[in-house]
Structure formats: C-alpha cells, structure tokens
Design a protein around this ligand. Structure first.
Ligand code: NAG
Ligand code: NAG
Length: 390
C-alpha cells in the first residue's frame, strides 16, 4: 500500500526451485458438508529480494517512516530500499484443502480455487470464525460444488516465521508458484486427484501475488479472481493508507503474541484504523471489525511496500479474469471505485483473456469478505466461473 514510488519494477526473479512431500494433517468433516484436510507443505524457493535500508529501532522510527513515505522528496523515499539480495530458503506452509462431502453438490469439485489472503489476515480470511453463511468464502464455494485450497502466507499463521524484512512480493510469489504447481499435479488435494482446473483467487496483496505469478508463467492457472485490487495506480492511496493505518511494531503491542518477531513486522494499533482502511459505514457489523482486530496478523514492511503493483504484468494471459473490489475501497481506489476505473486500467492487460469482467462491489470497502454483504460478492465469483465453464 505505501510505497509505490520506491518500487523497483525491474527486478529479475530467479527461477524457483521447490521440493515437497505429502504430509497430511488431521482430516476433519465440518457441519457444512465439506471434507477438509490440513497440510504442512515443505517448499524450497529462491528469490531476488529488496533490502530495507534502515530497520526500525522503535515506534518513533515507524512514525518517521510514515513521514518519509508521504514525502514529496523522491530521494528520501528511494532511500528506504538499499538494493537487492538473493534469498534461498526452505519453509513450511500451513494450508487447508476442502472439497464437497458426499451428499453435497459437487458439480465443480475438480476446479480448485487456490486462495491467497492479503495483509492483516491469515488463511482464515477465507473462512472466519464468524457467521459462516455471511462471511465464509470457503463454505459458499463448497455449497456451489467447488473445491478450495487456502494457505497461510510465509510469516503468518501455521507457516514458517521469517524476518519482517524478508517476507515480500518476490518470495511470496515463488511460494504461490510452487503451491500452484503442486496442486495442479494433484498434491495436497485430499483424494481429488489431478484437478481439471486451478483458479488463483486473491485478496489485496494476495491478488498482487496472483497477478505476478501469472505474469511469470502465463499458463500457470485457468483463471484469476482478483479481489480488493485495482490496476489503476492513479487512484491507489499509499500515502493516505500509511497515515491512516496506525502501524506499530507488532511485538511492542503484544509481546505474548509477537515477541519472537523482529521489528519489521507491524500491525494497526487498534480497531479504529482498521475500520478506516478496511471497512465503510454502514456496510459492516461492528463484531466483524472487532474480530479482525482480535485476529489481526503482522505485516512485513516490505510486503506493504510491494503490495499494490507487480514487477511485470500478465499481458497476453488467456484464462478467465475477474476483478472485484469494494465500491469504497480506501487502499486501492481512495474510497471511490467504479466499474469503469477497474475495467479501463485492466482491459489492455487482459485483452486476450477468455473472459474478463471488473466490478465495483456496492457498499464494501477493502475488507470484502468481512463486509456485511460479503456473500453477494462470493456469488458473483462462482457465477462468473461457472458461466465460463470452470
Ligand atoms: C547499503 O548496502 C551497502 C552494501 O551492503 C552498504 O555498504 C551500505 O552501508 C548500505 N547503506 C545503507 C544506508 O544501509
Ligand atoms: C448469519 O448470516 C445470514 C446471512 O446474512 C443471516 O440471514 C443470519 O441471520 C445470520 N445469523 C446470525 C446469528 O446473525
């Protein structure tokens, strides 16, 4: 969100190397006619990473970072990043695969929706411990007969912990690329076997990861569902978001939860900056904002800097593409998205897509799955996919 001016767009990604074994966790059957399996997936990746020049000593440094991020002084902004370095590492990724249970419609179960959450969340963004009818993308999709694979990004949830100065676009893309290839080959999908189709579904930074993953390999997925996202950089709001989001060093807010993380991991100080940046009155239940605050996940500062704009674009992508972003999205549209804004910025990139649509979703801001009318947005997604043979 913050740092589009300092993005180094010409980074070369090194080739991903990965290996994996099948380690299945407990299999659980929930009350909603789904069979879910939890996995811990080993991945080995290599990526070209940005280096954060001045690690935060304390929250005064974070405060000054906002001053710099909003500065008219391009030199000051550029000084935030000091070159690149090669990261090579082996990590464990926590993931869940759910598929319709016996007795449930399974018309689309061989289409796997591979979902990547955005900043502030972990994989439970797709299946929060709230009213499932209203907020669970997983349950909605299962009820339409789809299978869903969703995972914790590196650094959060059950995935490996890393430095907050390490987690960022390029390494997260290599992980998404590795996971997508594994799922396409029929790994970590219960008894499904090789899926007929894999669709990358993202929210916010997770959408940027899907975009970059497709840009690196145009054939990697049959569809892209980009929620909480826009390609129109004119209306993205990095400065406003930096000012409004109220970041504090995570471990200073809760040594119990985050004491083992370094100062590169930040969280909004309380629920009110989350309300400003992710929600829009009256389109929420206060309980959803309180839940988001209580379950907020730390965000790496370079993840923030690389969250809105990919290094390269998936020009020539031929799968199906949907962009679905809240009408009042604060971060990507400065509180005013329209179908035209979302469409015009993306149509040239996706002129070869089998199907393309872009929609500003009425009432919602950035936190689409926790908006009061989240289920309506889930319906648009599965309607679009089934109308296009997925
Ligand atoms: C940037 O990186 C170089 C090479 O590692 C180092 O010598 C220099 O001190 C760094 N500059 C800053 C401002 O961190
Ligand atoms: C859960 O959400 C559904 C759909 O919005 C709604 O009809 C129902 O009343 C909600 N249940 C509770 C307990 O709030």
């Amino acid at each position: 969100m913050l740092g589009s001016p300092i993005l180094l767009k010409s980074l070369l990604l090194s080739a991903a190397a990965f290996c994996a074994s099948t380690t299945a966790g407990p299999t659980t059957a929930s009350t909603t006619k789904k069979v879910c399996t939890n996995y811990k997936i080993p991945v080995t990746i290599s990526s070209t990473n940005l280096v954060f020049a001045h690690p935060f000593r304390d929250n005064y440094d974070v405060a000054d970072f906002v001053t710099i991020a909003d500065s008219r002084d391009e030199g000051a902004r550029a000084d935030v990043i000091n070159g690149t370095t090669t990261l090579s590492g082996s990590y464990t990724i926590g993931a869940t695969f759910c598929t319709p249970a016996t007795g449930q419609s399974d018309a689309h179960k061989s289409t796997v929706l591979l979902a990547t959450h955005g900043l502030l969340f972990d994989r439970t963004y797709w299946d929060p411990a709230l009213n499932k009818t209203r907020y669970s993308f997983v349950d909605w999709s299962i009820n339409q007969g789809y299978s869903v694979f969703y995972y914790d990004r590196l650094g959060v949830g059950e995935s490996s912990k890393v430095s907050g100065y390490v987690a960022q676009l390029n390494d997260q893309v290599e992980i998404l690329t590795a996971l997508t290839k594994l799922v396409k080959a029929g790994n970590y999908v219960g008894n499904l076997g090789q899926p007929k189709a894999v669709v990358l579904v993202g929210h916010s930074f997770g959408s940027n990861l899907a975009v970059q993953t497709a840009a690196n390999d145009l054939n990697i997925a049959d569809g892209l569902i980009l929620t909480g996202y826009s390609f129109d950089q004119r209306y993205q709001n990095p400065g406003g978001t930096a000012a409004a989001v109220g970041f504090r060093i995570a471990k200073t807010l809760s040594p119990q939860k985050w004491g083992d993380l370094d100062t590169g991991y930040l969280v909004p100080v309380d629920q009110y900056p989350i309300a400003t940046t992710y929600f829009k009155e009256p389109d929420y239940e206060k309980s959803a904002i309180e839940y988001t605050n209580a379950n907020k996940q730390p965000v790496g500062i370079i993840e923030v800097l690389t969250s809105t704009i990919p290094n390269t674009f998936p020009n020539g992508y031929t799968g199906v593409v949907m962009i679905l972003t809240g009408q009042y999205d604060f971060i990507f549209c400065t509180s005013l998205c329209t179908d035209e804004i979302l469409t015009n910025s993306a149509a040239p990139i996706f002129k070869d897509a089998k199907a393309f649509t872009a929609k500003a979703y009425p009432g919602a801001s950035h936190g689409l799955n926790l908006a009061a009318n989240a289920a309506g947005s889930f319906k648009l997604i599965t309607d679009f996919l089934s109308a296009n043979g997925l």
